[in-house]
Design a protein. Sequence first.
Length: 351
Amino acid sequence: MTTRIAVIGLGAIAVEHLGAYQKNENAELVAVCDIDVERAKARAEQFGVPRATGDVAEILADAEVDAVSICVPNTLHAPIAEAALRAGKDVLVEKPMTVTVGEAERLVAAVEETGKALQIGYVRRFAPNAQVTKRFLDEGEFGDIYAARATLLRSAGNPGGWFGDVDLSGGGPLIDLGVHIIDLCWYLMGMPKAVAVSGATFAPLGARDNIRHLTRYRAASAARPNTVEDYATAQIRFENGAVLNVDTSYSLHGRNEISVRIHGEKGGAEIEPELLMVTERHDTLLHVQPQIDSLGFDFQAGFANQIDHFLRICRGEIPADATAEQGLEMARMLSAIYESARAGAEVTITR
Ligand SMILES: NC(=O)c1ccc[n+]([C@@H]2O[C@H](COP(=O)([O-])OP(=O)(O)OC[C@H]3O[C@@H](n4cnc5c(N)ncnc54)[C@H](O)[C@@H]3O)[C@@H](O)[C@H]2O)c1
């Protein structure tokens, strides 16, 4: 059974969605939509999609569209996702699901009321290095996870466009990069409820557009406002006593770095930059390196797996598992980090 798909928002990440749908025999790309109609037409041609439009409402009113991928700037996720659910579409929405707690609560309600599926685009969960770690976790190899550390630092990596405009992005590296690695740790920690957060943000360097001879990820739009933080750091405490430390930047006097680690009572794992398990046997420390195709984050495999998984959700074979409730928990954590940074004090998360 094929699912008829429309992709809304056709910038950089939409190319990954379109490519993965195009290669999947269970999907039929029926329409693409971007406020920039010329871009919509170009993407339609690039991926052989029969229809291109600049009007989201036209896509949502189309009974021949079963499901949508939402790949627009962050603050547009919530209104478009809610309208899509209420129009009877299943939804794959890019991360972060929403930028506020209130919007996330509305999406939880919309899922409940419509019975349609909402899946968040947490692609890192679908990369083989994360899936192998999850399997070992589920088999009890690491025991309870009580600490995790997530680091994603770019020294000059503000993508520009809407990413630098807080009114469209909802925030800087924390909400853009941090959300990926916070989610990966949180997912592997068993998704405990966050109870308190201490965070700080800084913006002394700006977008660093003066830096030359360095290729960086760029948003599709040419605008380069900068009203977001350069760097964010936080500690999140969970009701089971576990803690997650996060460090993330667009601009920093420091080297680029990615590191995602979880630490349990029986063992631990470094998921990034390369999968490595760390444990103890017979009074000896062991480093265990799985033999898999890619020890790091395999973006292509992650996307293919994520899209295939979403299509199974659309066919009703499995329920959504990166759910709106999880998006609400993430919104609570991210909002509390920004609130703590503003207040200069720990913030308690209440429900
Ligand atoms: N999963 C990942 O690894 C990953 C990577 C990058 C970006 N993202 C997420 O994907 C989303 C898009 O990011 P991007 O890098 O592709 O940005 P982008 O700027 O390259 O593309 C955004 C597109 O949305 C279009 N758009 C804006 N307003 C619209 C509207 N009202 N209706 C229809 N189209 C509209 C823009 O014209 C543009 O083509 C963001 O939420 C971002 O956080 C995810």
